[in-house]
Design a protein around this ligand. Structure first.
Ligand SMILES: Cc1ncc(COP(=O)(O)O)c(C=O)c1O
Ligand SMILES: N[C@@H](CCOP(=O)(O)O)C(=O)O
Length: 419
């Protein structure tokens, strides 16, 4: 099967352009990467993957940020703000509360627009320029639109974003608005928005930059490269497990691809590949359902709801890439309640790490799996936090302390805080 962890590096087909090509993960058909626009396979509509004649080793990397990993990407440089090089935080109180040997938090909220989407967009918008497209577009629960608007602006390109009306956090809409995206609010959910954008893209009206676009995932692969390099530099080993929130399942797919390419190049022993562990909200958990039931595909959930609006997704389009990744790495998937997500958001904030609700799902999932004994006490774990606290100020107010009105007088303030 084409998504095996230990499959050998593929030989370059005649369609390869400079050692890079697109391959269908279902039927194996290959396509030249930049001669025409496609998001899925012409023959079977399967998902496409970017493939390389020479998968990278760690020695190939130099510099900072996403473009440190140019040897693992289709270009030497992109449309950059710049992005990547995010912190891998120690969280000592959470580590001992959860009860694992080591816990680190990779805070992707520290990217330029406040989420991991920037890593995908620096590559995706670069490809859009290569293809000479006019208008960029995405469906979004908020972060993709913020990143697309910023990177589109940086690249001097027009952007169109489709959002589920009333379901996107304020900070994210503000970003898209100020970066000059045209914002369309759809009377439907995120999955409906993505259906429409796919239709517009199929008609050649827009260039789609959701994670269905295989080049987006190339940039997001660098999360995995950074985690492996930094964890090994600090602890002389790799993490046993990476726990991450799942929405459209792009990161899960991208991390798995990162590991497969390193295994193919001989840079990573298959035994050292971290277990990919996905977390969804109970109200939007189609991927968890597929993992629990042992299904190869997911069932689209028509009605989804959660406080973690970024992962309010009922039809994770990358499931055919993500499910093999979870299974091949020995990982799992778990659903958590909104209450557990908010508790985890507070716990991270108590370590000084400010995240939006979807991000905190990773910690909530780890806590649950540790309680269930699925995660062992001797494990070394990295939790991915995907978006910044300021993305969703309403959720932060809801989870945090209320401001206390006091008189304009020092004595009165002292009296008030003594109460
Ligand atoms: C903050 C945040 N976390 C997690 C996710 C889920 O990531 P993925 O779609 O790659 O599973 C998203 C968007 O989908 C997001 O915006
Ligand atoms: N959370 C996402 C949902 C869309 O995901 P994508 O990775 O497919 O663009 C968002 O921020 O819109």
């Amino acid at each position: 099967m084409s998504l095996d962890l230990t499959a050998a590096a593929p030989a370059a087909p005649t369609t390869a352009d400079d050692g890079v090509w697109l391959a269908c993960i279902e039927c194996g058909e290959t396509f030249a990467p930049f001669s025409s626009i496609r998001y899925t396979c012409d023959h079977c509509d399967g998902l496409l993957e970017v493939r390389y004649a020479d998968p990278p080793t760690f020695e190939d990397f130099a510099g900072d940020g996403v473009w440190r990993y140019a040897a693992a990407l289709p270009f030497e440089e992109g449309v950059s703000l710049p992005e990547g090089s995010t912190p891998l935080h120690h969280v000592p109180r959470l580590e001992s509360e959860v009860g694992v040997e080591r816990l680190r938090v990779k805070h992707e909220g520290m990217n330029p627009t406040g989420s991991f989407k920037d890593r995908g967009m620096t590559v995706g918008v670069r490809v859009a320029k290569e293809l000479g497209v006019g208008r960029l577009a995405c469906a979004s629960t908020g972060n993709t639109s913020a990143a697309l608007a910023a990177y589109g602006a940086r690249g001097g390109m027009a952007t169109l974003v489709l959002l589920p009306a009333g379901k996107v956090a304020a900070g994210k809409i503000a970003q898209a608005a100020l970066h000059d995206a045209r914002i369309l609010e759809v009377d439907g959910n995120f999955d409906d928005c993505l259906d429409i954008v796919q239709e517009l893209a199929a008609r050649g009206e827009v260039y789609l930059l959701n994670s269905l676009n295989p080049f987006r995932l190339e940039g997001q692969k660098t999360i995995g490269l950074e985690i492996l390099e930094e964890f090994r530099a600090d602890h002389d080993t790799y993490p046993d497990r990476i726990v991450l929130p799942v929405g459209n399942a792009g990161n899960t797919s991208a991390l798995y691809k990162c590991f497969r390419e390193l295994v193919q190049s001989g840079a990573l022993d298959p035994a050292d590949v971290p277990k990919l562990t996905g977390v969804q909200a109970e109200g939007a958990a189609p991927l968890v359902e597929a993992v629990e039931e042992g299904n190869d595909g997911i069932r689209r959930w028509p009605d989804v709801e959660t406080v973690a609006t970024a992962i309010r997704i009922g039809n994770p389009v990358n499931a055919p890439k993500a499910l093999p990744g979870i299974r091949a790495t020995g990982g799992t998937a778990v659903a958590v309640s909104d209450e557990a997500i908010t508790d985890a958001q507070r716990a991270l904030a108590g370590e000084g790490v400010g995240v939006e609700p979807a991000s905190a799902a990773s910690i909530a999932g780890l806590r649950k799996l540790r309680d269930q004994g699925v995660v062992d006490a001797d494990e070394q774990v990295v939790c991915l936090t995907t978006g910044h606290l300021l993305k969703d100020p309403d959720a932060a107010f809801e989870a945090g302390n209320d401001p206390e009105p006091v008189p304009n007088d020092a004595e009165a303030v002292l009296e008030h805080i003594a109460e």
